[in-house]
Design a protein around this ligand. Structure first.
Ligand code: PLP
Length: 393
């Protein structure tokens, strides 16, 4: 029996790899889980009522492109948040969470060749792993671009060799960034759009952490594209209710971008997609129309940034995140620190390089641990105090 080769060289996924590292040891104390980025704040109390009111929708096939009401709610949100006007029916595609869209966008939009050569799909390193699998799925060459302290924790795509840039078909970029917590500012987006124009590639902007920030709302890719008059087909943005509304289990997000790009995504989805059930689309419609619950959620994270700043004050190299809910803490050896924390204190974190690929002998993140600030506040404080005592004092 022949099996495909395209995914056979993937490294172990981060969490099974972590289980292999840690689960042969007993935790040193009551476990505090700070590994997975699964939001644990509450979701809005009206969710159950909305589902109950639209139960009959489970008896129908949902429309592939999302209901017009959901498309409009998303378009209104984009207008409020970014000051950009998009056509609800032609520039928006509701998704089952961003991960699905980030994967399918490559299938729908990455060309088979570029300039007669194998296309490149570039991404930050470390990164959210679906980007690499999407690149491999379409036969593109994944290029991992360091996003470390030296580059402001965002990838410096402009620093790639010209022949790579000329083969580049897609650049994935995550802002606010998981795991680094960095935010691309207006200048970064502007430069990237200019580079994309010059070398004719698309930007897939993963902005699923956009609503979790310290003080200033992160500027968005579509917003800067609009302001600078860039070709709207250059950019597709991806947003989610997983972090904004604490509903990772709803599996709801959207892609928005140029009409042709969205039409192609819709076309693929007509054949191969699984649209969100109608009652869940009704929940999503309400969630994009309501900011009150998002503000409450953000305020909780802002308290957590303050706790992290307080507990970790003076730790050499500590930099509180500008946005998102991960701490990206410097250590000498990520695996040794992770193991020690677990065995001595029960605090469970993720070695940074489990989210990265080795390039020319270097794996970014081997000197970092990723700490998710998702636990309840006081539990998180206890975890960070144990972490500080064990690793830094
Ligand atoms: C950077 C990043 N992108 C995308 C996702 C996918 O989120 P979802 O599919 O729940 O919208 C995650 C989830 O953790 C993430 O961290």
């Amino acid at each position: 029996m022949v099996f495909p080769e395209r995914f056979s060289n993937l490294p172990d996924y981060a969490f099974p790899r972590l289980r292999k590292l840690l689960d042969v040891h007993q935790p040193g104390d009551e476990p505090i889980l700070m590994t997975i980025g699964e939001p644990r704040h509450g979701f809005p109390e009206w969710v159950g009522d909305v589902i109950a009111d639209s139960l009959e929708g489970f008896g129908r096939y949902p429309p592939n492109d999302g209901t017009p009401a959901l498309q409009s709610a998303i378009a209104r949100w984009i207008a409020r948040r970014y000051g950009v006007s998009v056509a609800a029916d032609r520039q928006i595609l509701p998704l089952n969470g961003t991960r699905e869209g980030l994967f399918n966008a490559c299938l729908a939009l990455c060309p088979e060749t570029k300039g007669g050569k194998q296309p490149v799909v570039a991404m930050p390193n470390p990164f959210y792993q679906v980007y690499a699998v999407a690149a491999l799925a379409v036969g593109a060459e994944p290029v991992y671009v360091p996003a470390t302290d030296e580059t402001g924790n965002l990838p410096d795509f402009a620093g790639l060799p010209t022949d790579v840039l000329d083969r580049m078909a897609v650049a994935y970029i995550c802002s606010p960034a998981n795991p680094q917590g960095a935010v691309a500012d207006r200048a970064y987006w502007t430069d990237l759009l200019v580079l994309a124009e010059k070398h004719d590639f698309r930007i897939f902007a993963d902005e699923c952490y956009s609503e979790i920030y310290r003080d200033t709302p992160p500027v968005g890719a579509l917003q800067v594209a609009g302001d600078t008059g860039a070709d709207p087909e250059r950019v597709v943005i991806f947003h989610s209710l997983s972090k904004r509304s604490n509903m990772p289990g709803l599996r709801s997000g959207f892609a928005a971008g140029g009409e042709e790009s969205i039409a192609r995504l819709k076309q693929l989805r007509n054949y191969a997609g699984a649209p969100l059930p109608l009652p869940l689309q009704a929940v999503a419609e309400r969630a994009w129309s309501d900011e009150a619950h998002v503000e409450v959620n953000r305020a909780l994270y802002q308290e957590k940034y303050a706790i992290a700043d307080e507990v970790l004050e003076g730790v050499p190299g500590y930099r509180g995140p500008a946005a998102g809910f991960f701490l990206w803490l410097p250590v000498d050896d990520a695996e040794a620190a992770t193991l020690r924390l677990w065995r001595e204190t029960g605090v469970r974190v993720l070695p940074g390089h489990y989210l990265a690929r080795e390039v020319e002998g270097i794996t970014p993140g081997a000197d970092r641990i990723r700490v998710a600030m998702v636990a309840e506040k006081e539990e998180m404080r206890r975890g960070l105090i144990r972490l500080r005592k064990t690793l830094y004092d």
